[in-house]
Design a binder for this molecule. Structure first.
Ligand SMILES: [Zn+2]
Length: 190
């Protein structure tokens, strides 16, 4: 099932999501997240973006593998397709770097966001078994962006106040639904 994607301005995007139990229902929901992400041509999608306050997100970094700027991570990105269930970033390290981020909930806005390059993530797999994994570079970046969603944080929250002020009217337009996208969206203020 393809969900409409919740746009900037909806309170569900600002709420901290809750841990989930692994179940058949959850696995079916994860399939819906993939379907919704692919329909919108995204590389990641978190449950709050379809209006569900659950700590789960899916990623597929393969579209980024073609970009020469991501050459170092190209091999990893090609097969970087999976779900993260109840993830926690327990460690971030390395020299912070900038990467141009975008978001399906904030269409047509891109901005440079500074984050650490290396992370350690605890989560559970689709059988409920605990996982401890390390990621770096662009894959880590995608996880950090999606993890922010389940913490109620958007990439625009991480911008300098001046940059944020410059985007204010565009963000208001998105919240009010004054925007057109190739995928279906849901607006809180409309
Ligand atoms: Zn996003």
């Amino acid at each position: 099932m393809i969900y409409p994607i919740v746009a900037f301005g909806h309170p569900v995007l600002k709420r901290k999501a809750k841990d989930v139990e692994v179940s058949q229902d959850l696995l079916a929901f994860i399939d819906d997240l993939y379907e919704t992400m692919y329909a919108a041509k995204g590389v990641g999608l978190a449950a709050p973006q379809v209006g569900k306050g659950q700590r789960v997100f899916v990623v597929d970094g393969s579209p980024f593998a073609e970009d020469p700027e991501n050459a170092v991570d190209s091999e990893t990105l090609k097969t970087f397709k999976r779900a993260f269930i109840n993830p926690v970033i327990v460690e971030e390290s390395g020299e912070p770097w900038g990467f141009e981020e975008g978001c399906l909930s904030i269409p047509d806005i891109h901005a440079n966001v500074i984050r650490h390059p290396n992370i350690v993530v605890h989560s559970v797999d689709e059988q409920g078994k605990p996982l401890v994994e390390s990621f770096s570079g662009v894959p880590a970046r995608i996880i950090q962006h999606e993890f922010d969603h389940i913490e109620g944080v958007l990439f625009t929250d991480r911008l300098q106040p001046l940059k944020k002020r410059l985007l204010k009217s565009k963000l208001n337009d998105i919240a009010k639904g004054n925007i057109s996208t190739d995928y279906r969206m849901k607006f809180y203020l409309k």
